[in-house]
Write a protein that binds this ligand. Structure first.
Ligand code: GLA
Length: 378
């Protein structure tokens, strides 16, 4: 197998961490709002084996570049390479002075940079693998925290808390309800006997996506500063009441008004979606997803023509409950909730329309929910 080819030693231990889609609560995590992500059956594999010395070797099936370092002399800063993610995690876990070196191979079946959280997947997977191999006994929450700090402090992305929580706390057959203001969580059942998830990749990857993302974070912060003048108790944009926004619209620059309107509307929609799920109204849940997409397109301005085409085509199709872009946007994937039995027609239709309009193929697949990070047979 590939591990043996790369490192010349057989029988590694192997771990899997899923990716995620977020069904509701778009761009709410860094605004203190509620989110509803779901772990998916595509993710990252981490195969590793302890060494007799203190050398560290990180290789990936996605890249020819690899890292070689000494545990006692780790690179002090990010390099811009893929290994910044696992290295950032390693720097966050309590490494014992006697810990062995490691050979580690990363791989996976998750599209990278497609809004499915490949970065949190590799970080949470690394935290679990290191914890198990070094006997660190990190519980799921400690692994989530290490993953989050790695991305924020070492890699330097101002991401919210949703992705590592969605992956690290996943439970089979459940959506995660995460309130990002107080970090409380609830597992909500989604009935996969009756509905399926279809994920369609727009194929668009924006090099500048991190820059656009940080810009949105900044716009939300600026909108909050102004709205706070009218509602001083608002600690985050999620706290801003619709009536405060209404009264202060004129005080906000147009672009900030659009960003704040998305957040205030999405908070309300996400609570409505939760009620719809709890009251077994999947149609109403799906309808909130589609409204969320429209708001991401018109008010938050993070969609693109390919994603709009996928969502519009999907929701016009028999059996589709709703659809929206997932992740930060600016390209990446659309996620569609569809009644069981209608998947095949939808996959065919999306492929056909996308090909006719853009002259290229789109990857459209049915995804299943996943039960979270775990050790697997290599
Ligand atoms: C990216 C970020 C998340 C979240 C989403 C948008 O995936 O990493 O923290 O902000 O975008 O909902």
């Amino acid at each position: 197998m590939e591990f043996e080819q790369r490192f010349g030693s057989p029988r590694p231990r192997q771990f899997f961490a899923p990716g995620r889609v977020n069904l509701m609560g778009a761009h709410l995590d860094y605004n203190g709002g509620p989110v509803m992500p779901l772990a998916i059956d595509r993710g990252t594999f981490v195969a590793l084996r302890a060494r007799a010395d203190r050398r560290l070797r990180f290789a990936s099936t996605f890249s020819t570049e690899s890292l070689e370092a000494d545990l006692d002399e780790l690179p002090p800063a990010r390099s811009g390479s893929w290994w910044d993610y696992p290295l950032g995690v390693l720097r966050e876990v309590p490494v014992n002075a006697a810990a062995s070196g490691l050979d580690v191979l990363f791989g996976g079946n998750l599209a990278v940079g497609a809004g499915l959280s490949s970065s949190a997947s590799i970080c949470v997977g690394t935290a679990m693998a290191l914890s198990e191999v070094w006997g660190l006994d990190l519980d799921p929450m400690a692994r989530v925290r290490a993953a989050l700090r790695a991305e924020r402090e070492f890699v330097g992305v101002r991401c919210g808390i949703m992705d590592p929580f969605a992956i690290g706390l996943a439970k089979q057959g459940s959506l995660l309800w995460l309130d990002c203001k107080d970090e409380s969580t609830l597992h909500l059942p989604l009935d996969f006997e009756r509905v399926s998830l279809v994920v369609a990749d727009s194929g668009v990857r924006r090099e500048l996506a991190a820059g656009f993302f940080n810009q949105r974070v900044d716009e939300c912060r600026r909108a909050l500063e102004i709205l706070k003048e009218a509602q001083p108790d608002a600690a985050c944009l999620r706290d801003v009441l619709p009536e405060t926004l209404e009264a202060r619209r004129g005080a906000l620059a147009e672009v900030l008004e659009r960003r704040a309107s998305h957040v205030v509307g999405e908070v309300a929609r996400t609570f409505e979606a939760r009620d719809a799920l709890l009251e077994d109204r999947p149609g109403d849940f799906g309808e909130r997803m589609t409204r969320a997409h429209e708001s991401l397109r018109d008010l938050f301005e993070v969609s693109c023509v390919e994603l709009d085409c996928l969502v519009e085509t999907a929701v016009a199709q028999e059996g589709v409950l709703g659809g929206r872009l997932t992740g930060a946007g600016f390209g990446g994937c659309a996620v569609i909730l569809v009644r069981r039995g209608a998947e095949e027609g939808l996959v065919a239709r999306l492929g056909e329309v996308f090909r006719a309009r853009f002259g290229r193929e789109t990857a459209v697949e049915v995804y299943a929910a996943d039960r979270g990070p775990r050790e697997i047979e290599p």
